[in-house]
Ligand binder design. Structure first.
Ligand code: ATP
Length: 328
């Protein structure tokens, strides 16, 4: 088992609330165990550009409550090339860093695995950080809970105005490939319909459903549409529905990037702390090319390779069925 000389930590891909508590845990667990810890700015870009700094326990003071990531993040195209990876490796060697914690989504893990296979003297441990909750190996990813809470707060407000005016709102939430936020938020807000990338919804059925709602004297309706739904986008759907439904004034709201920001929820702070702590402990045990995750409230370690080849978010069919029944 190789001895860890220095530990690097980075955040990559889309930012997610909970990354900061995780960085804090990595830094302090590393230092507690006698390691030197280096913060790498802007994900893989910082590796390639040698944009790194030494961290100490005070570098991560008062960040538990901060959204975003103090290390910043980036989508870095050059890291996909052999030259980019070689530059990153040389910078790590120069600084004596031989272990990395990478916090990010599936793209980040794909890069991490390629890198760790190519340069086997660098140990790599992944932490699932993405609001999409779409990584195999962890029931929850960092940021999903906070983002869902943000969406719920926004939709509650929209429901007030929808009800006051007898309106139908179409609300687009994040999730290009994953309906995780849409589904959870739909249950929380009693949405009349939830449109997801994983499940086709016929517009005719949606219209029928909304007409039934009117017959049952519903004074407002909320339809949540995940970004990746296959019906052509939220405006298109709203237009088609308005052609058939005249009794509702239809409005569209796109929640957009506000879903990424904000102070991490208590759940994401605990999750970030646990995953960061577990990632360093796993590296100290000599593990590499793995990710730490939470399953049945226990920390579980999964091969990154396995996490990437398994299907991502499994639609919780029971929640979908329940949401439909509870919205009658
Ligand atoms: P999110 O789920 O929030 O989008 P992500 O980690 O999936 O997060 P990506 O932009 O897909 O976000 O990936 C992050 C970074 O990982 C990329 O910008 C790139 O630097 C690196 N990466 C992705 N795929 C590869 C690959 N095939 N080879 C090398 N690096 C990669």
């Amino acid at each position: 088992m190789q001895k860890i000389l220095k530990l690097g930590v980075l955040t990559s891909g889309g930012d997610a609330p909970g990354m900061n508590p995780c960085i804090r845990a990595v830094v302090r667990t590393g230092i507690y165990n006698g390691l030197e810890v280096v913060g790498i700015r802007k994900g893989y870009q910082g590796l390639i550009e040698d944009d790194m700094y030494d961290m100490n326990p005070r570098s991560v003071s008062n960040i538990l409550n901060l959204g975003g990531t103090i290390l910043k993040t980036a989508r870095c195209l050059p890291f996909r090339t052999d030259e980019g990876m070689e530059a990153a490796y040389q910078n790590l060697k120069k600084r004596g860093i031989n272990a990395l914690v990478v916090i990010g989504g599936d793209g980040t893990f794909t890069g991490a695995l390629r890198f760790a296979k190519k340069y086997t003297d660098i140990q790599v441990m992944g932490v699932p950080g993405t609001i999409d909750n779409d990584l195999y190996g962890s029931t929850y990813t960092l940021g999903f809970d906070t983002a869902t809470n943000t969406v719920v707060e926004a939709i509650d407000k929209i429901r007030d105005t929808a009800d006051a005016h007898d309106r139908l709102f179409f609300i687009e939430v994040m999730g290009r490939d994953s309906g995780a936020i849409a589904l959870r938020a739909g249950v929380c807000c009693g949405a009349e319909a939830i449109l997801l990338p994983e499940k086709a919804t016929a517009i005719d059925d949606l219209i029928e459903n909304l007409k039934n709602g009117q017959d049952k004297k519903k004074s407002s309706s909320i339809v949540i549409v995940a970004e990746g739904d296959k019906n052509g986008g939220v405006y298109d759907i709203a237009r088609k529905v308005q052609q058939e439904i005249k009794f509702y004034d239809i409005k569209v709201t796109i929640l957009g990037h506000l879903q990424r920001g904000g102070s991490p929820s208590a759940f994401d702070r605990v999750l970030g702390s646990r995953l960061g702590y577990a990632a360093v402990k796993a590296l100290l045990r000599g593990e590499s090319r793995k990710m730490v995750g939470l399953q049945a409230n226990y920390i579980k370690i999964t091969d990154i390779e396995e996490a990437l080849t398994q299907h991502e978010f499994k639609l919780e069919e029971d929640l979908m069925e329940m949401a439909d029944i509870l919205a009658i």
